[in-house]
Design a protein. Structure first.
Length: 327
């Protein structure tokens, strides 16, 4: 996008916001940096309210932002952890879309509240499994019936995006996590890398890895949990002694899968891990957990290699695959 066309695009964003939201005229305060997939601006209303607006000219932007909107609503409904207040998703008149949310003043990176983060993320992850357990117990009580509010399968009722290209299809539900993850999540990353980089070595490794995959899931039981989907240091913060998480791309997956980026970055405080794993211990299948975490790491490396155009991440993934194959 040229500087001139970007100026036009920015003007159209502002006009759309002023026409579609009930805030009157807006003043653009600044650009907000830090996002990999999307760009963002900060605006101020006439009465001093600040609005954070993400935008993208991608063809899938509207679908992506609508999914994020619903993800925020779903996380908020658990009452486990604070999220930003979503305002509205809007289609850009030219191409792409935008997503307006309330600006959180004085938000800063997590420094001291790692224990609280661990407790609240655990509460988020346990919300659906606890509902499932309650429903199963009540199903055995004669004369007691309530309409199910828990999710018993793996998937999501909205399209959910991880990175710019990987899409979890809306309402595509799976009874078992092995099929869901191996065939629609992990295999998709190998396909994306082949399409973008043409890395034959990696593709050859897939056939070897695929044969061993059933070993990682044998005798394991998985609860569908509401996962944030991109839980990492840049998507969490603290303000006034409270934790806030944002930029979710939710799905109902095993809680262990939400540690994909956490373990890759390895920058969460030890208090987070201590509190979190102690609280979820009865809801996680420890059978082959360490090996599955290596699979999630491969998934994350390949996903990020495409999103960030970084071939070095593919080499790291191949090293992990080799160690798995040799076991």
């Amino acid at each position: 996008m040229t500087e001139e066309s970007d100026d036009t695009y920015q003007c159209q964003i502002k006009e759309t916001l002023e026409n579609e939201l009930d805030f009157g005229k807006l003043k653009k305060l600044s650009k907000v940096t830090g996002g990999i997939v999307n760009k963002a601006n900060l605006y101020e209303t006439q009465d001093g309210k600040k609005i954070f607006v993400k935008y993208s000219s991608r063809d899938n932007a509207l679908d992506m932002f609508e999914s994020e909107f619903q993800s925020i609503i779903d996380i908020r409904s658990t009452k486990a952890i604070q999220v930003p207040n979503p305002i509205k998703v809007l289609k850009h008149p030219d191409r792409g879309a935008m997503f307006a949310v309330d600006w959180i003043e004085n938000l800063k990176p997590v420094e001291k509240l790692w224990s609280k983060l661990g407790e609240q993320v655990a509460d988020l992850h346990l919300d659906n499994p606890k509902k499932l357990m309650k429903e199963r117990k009540e199903a055995n009580v004669v004369g007691k019936y309530e309409k199910s509010i828990a999710v018993s399968k793996f998937g999501y009722n909205y399209s959910s995006y991880m990175g710019p290209t990987f899409k979890i299809e809306a309402n595509r539900w799976f009874d078992d996590w092995e099929t869901c993850f191996c065939q629609t999540w992990l295999k998709a990353q190998f396909d994306e890398v082949e399409k973008k980089f043409g890395n034959r070595e990696l593709i050859e490794k897939w056939s070897l890895l695929e044969r061993k995959l059933p070993e990682f899931f044998k005798d394991a039981f998985f609860w569908p949990s509401l996962n944030h989907g991109d839980l990492c240091s840049i998507n969490i913060g603290e303000v006034n002694e409270d934790i806030v998480i944002y930029d979710p791309m939710c799905s109902y997956s095993p809680l262990e899968a939400d540690h994909t980026i956490i373990q890759l970055e390895n920058n969460f405080g030890k208090e987070f891990h201590e509190v979190y794993w102690k609280k979820v211990n009865n809801y996680v299948s420890n059978e082959k957990l360490k090996l599955r975490m290596e699979l999630y790491k491969i998934f994350a490396l390949l996903l990020c290699s495409v999103a960030e155009n970084d071939k070095t991440l593919i080499k790291q993934a191949i090293e992990i695959i080799n160690s798995i194959i040799l076991e």
